[in-house]
Design a protein around this ligand. Structure first.
Ligand code: RUQ
Ligand code: CUA
Length: 660
């Protein structure tokens, strides 16, 4: 429910009157005195709150046991994780471990290694990531609550998270490229698309900078998603070779533009950097041109080329060459204003909004006009042979929004919102098209300051075909003076802004410090779209396969068996004991140890940790985990349950005796 301000104040007045009555006439009066509590108006006066402050506080407060209406999935930046955050409370509900081992979830300490190993690069273990763009799975262009994808910008990898248990199921390494930037799903999530960032020789080859124009390329990868299996299907995925511009953000067309993707580029100058040799640094060299290009790509046509076998294979991955793309009219360019960054498709798919970091306007392109210009047959070509659609032929409008515009999201009222990095503000402007607010035309409505240096913004369901509106979160890069000082490294600031239809102006509601990595981008979904399990469906569940594990241990079947040098420990866990409790093995044996949590009670998670051997598990109700290690050190090792699960939790322990 969205709060209307008048209702809030009416409600507060009634509660206040009721409390006053209670204080005078009832036993509550003594309670009130005993607790030393006061009325809310005293608190308001003592803490110097304004009416707006009280409105903001009441808008975000969740009494105990009340759930949030929305859940935001925010990338965790260099933490390598994803954060699930409730709205409007802005409470962190959970970290989802993705690219970085995470002890609380037992991810990477005896369990989860296979998933992490999926992201190894040429056999090299990489145990961190820069999570950048979360992409929720969609059906019909709206989030369906089933899967979440996230990319690792630093190492060019993509992960798949199953939202039934909020666990990472797959990490896939791109064999063509070591970095990426964009990640987004098509409206039906048949593809998850990984955009590139910095050009490089394809497939990890070496080439000197002097060969940049000939040997470096851009890449966009179309990962086929198998929804049934819940995995990316690399064998049916393919990549597109692009010019060595730096591809930046991309977005998928939707509704009228479904089947197309739009990618910004910068460094169309092909700057080579080299400040140390007296060359212009990249920041200057890559910003010389007044325009760069948007790639307009018909991915359905590219898919047909792939299915027809029109590709080359690099490191086992299908790559459609730029030449083939151009010959088959798959790719077109159109100019974009200075240093383009965000590219965002409007809910009906009819407009594509681009912001240039060094241009105070957003530029709105018409998909219809693009199609007409392609039909008319463009005559100009870029240096790589890609046809160029003239800017005048495809532009619909430009709106002056402020300095440093980056990213745009949409609401349910026909407004667009654009982050302004240099102004540290968010602009609300009206989309003049027939599907939006023709009554207001293409015009700036208002701006609201944010603290400070906003990158992305997220509106509730604001990048889907049917935005919810209600709230906007500003993901600010700097917090400067907003919070208690934590030394030279400060938290990021996520600010919650009320953009509800019942308010005339945007209002700041909440500042949320996040000291766990840079939350780069976020998507906000209605919480009721989630279909998350309360406990695993059956006892003995293996979250890696989402089915019962044949190694799972049933009560009564516990024990220790041997096969040659391998010792199998089969154990169950239930409050407040493990069975068996004493495990005797010999130094030098290989240990295969299975623990099945046979609990069916919600939240009855048991932990399990063995010192020295680096084992640390979280075994959720119904879950079965098998881990292995070589018992290479003799001694007596105590283990214990690391979750405070019951009154006798301290007794939930045991001994591993490794006899030399
Ligand atoms: S892009 S802050 Cu790395 Cu998402 Cu614009
Ligand atoms: Cu089980 Cu503590």
């Amino acid at each position: 429910m969205k709060l209307n301000r008048n209702t809030v104040f009416l409600g507060v007045t009634i509660v206040f009157a009721f409390l006053m009555g209670a204080i005078v006439f009832s036993p509550w009066a003594s309670l009130e005195a005993q607790s030393g509590g006061g009325d809310w108006q005293t608190v308001m006066t003592e803490r110097g709150f304004t009416d707006e402050d009280v409105y903001a506080a009441l808008s975000t407060y969740n009494p105990s046991g009340v759930y949030d209406e929305f859940v935001m999935f925010a990338s965790g930046g260099h933490s390598g994780q994803v954060f699930a955050i409730g709205l409007p409370s802005m409470n962190v509900l959970r970290t989802i471990a993705v690219f970085t081992p995470e002890p609380w979830q037992g991810y990477g300490f005896g369990a989860g290694e296979e998933v992490l190993d999926g992201g190894n690069m040429d056999g090299q273990e990489v145990r961190w990531g820069d999570t950048h763009h979360p992409a929720l799975s969609e059906t019909g262009g709206q989030y369906d609550g089933q899967y979440l994808f996230i990319n690792d910008k630093a190492n060019g990898r993509v992960a798949v998270i199953d939202l039934r248990d909020f666990e990472t199921k797959q990490i896939i390494n791109n064999p063509l490229y070591v970095n990426d930037h964009a990640l987004f799903a098509t409206p039906s999530t048949d593809y998850v698309i990984q955009g590139g960032q910095y050009a490089q020789p394809i497939g990890g080859d070496y080439a000197p900078m002097a060969d940049y124009a000939e040997s470096f390329v851009g890449i966009v990868t179309m990962w086929k998603f198998d929804r049934e299996a819940g995995r990316i299907d690399a064998d049916n995925s393919f990549a597109l070779e692009l010019p060595p511009y730096w591809q930046d953000l991309c977005d998928a067309g939707k509704q009228v533009s479904e089947g197309w993707i739009f990618c910004n580029t910068f460094n169309t100058e092909l700057a080579l950097g080299g400040i140390e040799s007296g060359n212009p640094p990249f920041e200057a060299g890559a910003s010389r041109n007044t325009t760069d290009y948007m790639h307009i790509i018909n991915y359905r046509a590219a898919e047909e080329l792939f299915l027809a076998g029109e590709y080359e294979v690099v490191n086992g991955m299908a790559v459609i060459t730029l030449e083939t793309l151009v010959e088959n009219n798959v790719i077109f360019n159109t100019p974009e204003p200075r240093s383009p960054h965000g590219v965002d498709v409007a809910p009906y798919g009819d407009f594509i909004v681009v912001s240039g970091k060094l241009d105070p306007h957003t530029s709105i392109y018409s998909f219809d006009k693009m199609m007409a210009a392609i039909e008319a047959g463009p005559t100009e070509l870029d240096p790589f042979g890609i046809p160029i659609l003239a800017f005048e032929d495809v532009i619909e409008a430009q709106v002056e929004v402020g300095l440093g515009p980056l990213h745009t999201q949409f609401d349910d009222q026909g407004y667009a919102y654009t982050s302004l990095f240099l102004d540290s503000a968010v602009a609300r402007w009206s989309l003049g098209g027939d599907n939006y607010r023709p009554q207001d035309g293409w015009s700036l409505i208002e701006t609201i300051p944010v603290q400070y240096n906003v990158g992305h913004i997220a509106v509730a369901e604001g990048d889907t075909v049917s935005p919810a509106g209600n709230y906007l979160v500003s993901l600010n890069k700097w917090s400067v003076d907003r919070f208690l000082n934590t030394g030279p490294l400060l938290p990021q600031n996520l600010q919650l802004i009320d953009i509800g239809a019942d308010r005339d102006n945007m209002q700041m509601l909440y500042d949320m410090p996040l000291g766990m990595g840079e939350p780069h981008y976020a998507q906000i979904m209605r919480a009721d779209r989630l279909n998350t399990w309360e406990v695993y469906p059956e006892v003995g569940w293996d979250p890696a396969t989402q089915s019962v594990d044949e190694r799972a241990v049933a009560p009564g079947e516990e024990g220790i068996t041997r096969d040659g040098n391998t010792v199998y420990v089969n154990q169950t866990a239930i409050r407040s004991h493990f069975t068996p409790e004493i495990v005797n093995i010999n130094e030098g044996e290989h240990v295969v140890w299975t623990i099945t949590n046979i609990e069916r009670a919600k939240d009855a998670t048991h932990g399990f940790a063995i010192p020295y051997y680096g084992i640390n598990l979280s075994i959720e109700p119904g879950e079965s985990i098998t881990f292995e290690f070589d018992a290479d050190k003799g001694g007596v090792f105590t283990w214990y349950c690391t979750e405070f699960c019951s009154a006798l939790h301290l007794e939930m322990m045991g001994y591993l005796l490794v006899q030399p």
